[in-house]
Write a protein that binds this ligand. Structure first.
Ligand code: CUA
Length: 155
């Protein structure tokens, strides 16, 4: 089979670009520690309301001054609906769902997760700017999806 010279250049360029893109992804994952949220913790989705700490969703202060926030996402609300966090705090979010897949997205931060029945997802963020943040569901989850949000007050 004869491959034209220009065709060969173009194929080489395409393959080289794929290798460059793959390299960028691997570099970002390792050097910048950019990874998908990987809270590989399982939970019985039928017993979320009885399983600590999700039986009492909310904010917990840790001895080092950081916070853990436990959220239950369900049709069509988040628990807790509102939390207040001191400015500068690092918050680690834990989220699960007892019913269907929901989104867990806080605009203006890097928090962007899914709440998946049977799994606990986790990610953390340091809130350096005061103000009211919105936590929204960005996975279509049913007829009340657009009303599914919570508030995070930073001050
Ligand atoms: Cu929950 Cu959309």
């Amino acid at each position: 089979m004869h491959v034209h010279k220009y065709e060969r250049w173009w194929l080489t360029f395409g393959v080289a670009m794929l290798i460059v893109f793959l390299g960028v992804i691997v570099f970002a994952a390792i050097a910048d520690n950019i990874n998908p949220p990987t809270g590989m913790t399982q939970i019985d989705p039928t017993k979320v309301a009885q399983t600590p700490p999700f039986d009492k969703p909310g904010l917990r202060k840790l001895p080092d001054g950081s916070y853990e926030a436990y959220y239950v996402a369900q049709v069509f609300s988040f628990a807790p609906a509102s939390v207040t966090i001191p400015i500068g705090s690092k918050v680690t979010f834990f989220v699960t769902s007892p019913d269907v897949v929901h989104g867990f997205f806080i605009p203006d931060t890097d928090i962007n997760m899914m709440a998946v029945p049977g799994w606990v997802n986790t990610d953390s963020h340091t809130f350096t700017r005061a103000g009211e943040y919105l936590l929204i569901c960005h996975e279509y989850c049913g007829i009340g999806h657009q009303n599914m949000f919570a508030k995070i007050e930073v001050r």
